[in-house]
Design a protein. Structure first.
Length: 163
């Protein structure tokens, strides 16, 4: 019968690798302030479906990088994705913008990362942005592709990271 006795060197190496892996895995989301992705049922985004994201800003001096994430299938029938993106501020005023996301180049190559039928894209909405008001911000995303049921979008999300 073989009995393994852990030497001090082996124990120290094990502790080092555990600490290293914990710090690497923990640092992946270290600077993320907010992230939420909404999965679209049956990979269909209805034109009347509003995706809602809400968070609270406590510090109006903090800078953020604002991204939105789109996951699509290779069955997505278009080159781009138009969105209506509405921001509702804490004082109840709102602002709507139209965004254009390029998901495929002119030659039919998907711009997103991933192997297989799912491609992931991260788009920069704004960098080094500050939210002027403290309080609850609500964001609404709506597909604007002039089709009632947009097929091939699996989920849509937003991410804010500390600058």
């Amino acid at each position: 019968m073989f009995v393994y006795i852990m030497t001090a060197l082996h124990r120290n190496l094990l502790i080092f690798f555990l600490m290293l892996s914990t710090s690497i895995l923990g640092s992946c989301k270290y600077n993320t302030f907010y992230h939420k992705a909404i999965i679209l049922p049956a990979e269909i985004w209805n034109k009347d479906s509003l995706l809602v994201y809400e968070f609270t800003i406590d510090d109006s001096q903090q800078f953020y990088n604002f991204y939105f994430d789109v996951r699509n299938t290779t069955d997505y029938p278009f080159q781009n994705l138009y969105l209506f993106f509405t921001t509702q501020f804490p004082d109840s005023t709102s602002f709507t913008d139209t965004l254009n996301c390029i998901l495929c180049d002119a030659y039919g190559r998907w711009t997103g990362k991933g192997s297989g039928r799912i491609k992931e894209n991260r788009f920069v909405l704004k960098q080094k942005v500050r939210f002027a008001q403290t309080g609850i911000y609500t964001f609404f995303a709506q597909q604007a592709m002039r089709t009632d049921e947009l097929m091939g979008i699996t989920d849509f999300g937003i991410t804010l990271q500390y600058e």
